[in-house]
Ligand binder design. Structure first.
Ligand SMILES: [Cu+2]
Length: 312
């Protein structure tokens, strides 16, 4: 069932539970669809006009339909009480401790995701609405000792693999929805409220790219090649690498490959993990995309150190 549904790859520790839930719900819906389909077809034929049916004011005398409805209600009850509520409770009640997790703030706005890291000291600096400007989208007060080392990125959430991540969500303007399909996370973002979500990435972005690698035609790829990255080296007839692995397939790169006689390319999305806004939040809603990069712990530390350098 899950293969049939075409869900995106799962990169989150709790993702399998969510997927199972989606699978079970679809099985019930499938059974109902078949049942109703058979009943509908039966009624169409059995009570067709040419049989000159006369209305029967008594109706059905058996209790079969009642029992069936009870069975469906019981099954739905099991789905809610047995599957959905425990899963939801686990997501909203069993938060990891801050000290065991990466904690970031995400401030949504039309139409961007501002990501606020506490920096080396582990404390978020104060923010003030009067300090909000084009250069300082979250109004961070750099004169606050806690705020000096804070890192702020736009549309870029970088996290390490294998460690819980807590995201404290808030919005500067309207309601947005923080959705990362590959991490099986989706939460509305409400102005004036701070809503936490948490997840634990179990795959690095690099691994996900490998898992999503496919062969695409260079002539008729069916996807926007400019969002794709080559997953192997491509050489010309003299075995000189013309397009190394990890190149973005810009038109000139594609031209170069075609000129060397290639018709297909092994490629994967450059940024497979996106934060999509899942609330229609305004005219620019479609371009409210953030990118999640899941790195190895070492690469994550290196990234933090590099970002800290920009502050000096
Ligand atoms: Cu939005």
């Amino acid at each position: 069932m899950l293969d049939f549904l075409g869900l995106p790859p799962d990169a989150s520790a709790h993702g399998a539970d969510i997927d199972n839930m989606i699978g079970v719900v679809h099985w019930l819906m499938f059974a109902l669809f078949i049942g109703w389909g058979i009943f509908f077809t039966y009624v169409l034929i059995r009570f067709r006009r040419t049989r000159h049916q006369k209305a029967d004011y008594q109706g059905a005398k058996t209790h079969a339909s009642t029992y069936l409805e009870i069975a469906v209600a019981v099954f739905e009850g099991i789905l809610i009480i047995g599957f959905a509520v425990p899963l939801w409770a686990q997501r909203v009640n069993e938060f990891p401790e801050d000290k065991d997790a990466i904690v970031v703030r995400v401030v949504a706005e039309q139409f961007a995701w501002n990501v606020h890291y506490p920096g080396a000291d582990g404390f978020f600096g104060a923010t003030d609405v009067n300090l909000v400007s084009a250069d300082n989208p979250i109004g961070l007060d750099r004169s606050d000792p806690d705020g000096k080392d804070d890192i702020v990125t736009i549309n870029q959430l970088v996290v390490p693999v294998g460690k819980p991540v807590i995201v404290r969500l808030t919005s500067k303007d309207v309601i947005h929805s923080f959705s990362i399909p590959l991490l099986r996370v989706k939460q509305d973002v409400i102005p004036g409220q701070v809503i936490p979500v948490w997840f634990e990435p179990i795959e690095t972005t690099e691994h996900i790219r490998v898992a999503m690698t496919k062969t695409y035609s260079l002539i008729n790829p069916g996807v926007n090649l400019m969002t794709m990255m080559t997953m192997q080296d491509y050489v010309d007839k003299d075995s000189v690498v013309i397009v190394p692995a990890g190149s973005i397939l810009f038109p000139d790169v594609v031209e170069q490959l075609v000129a060397s006689g290639y018709t297909e390319v092994r490629a994967a999305p450059e940024t497979p993990m996106e934060i999509a806004c899942a609330q229609l939040c305004g005219l620019g809603h479609y371009r409210m995309r953030g990118f999640v990069s899941v790195k190895t712990p070492e690469a994550y530390e290196a990234w933090l150190a590099e970002e800290a350098l920009y502050l000096q």
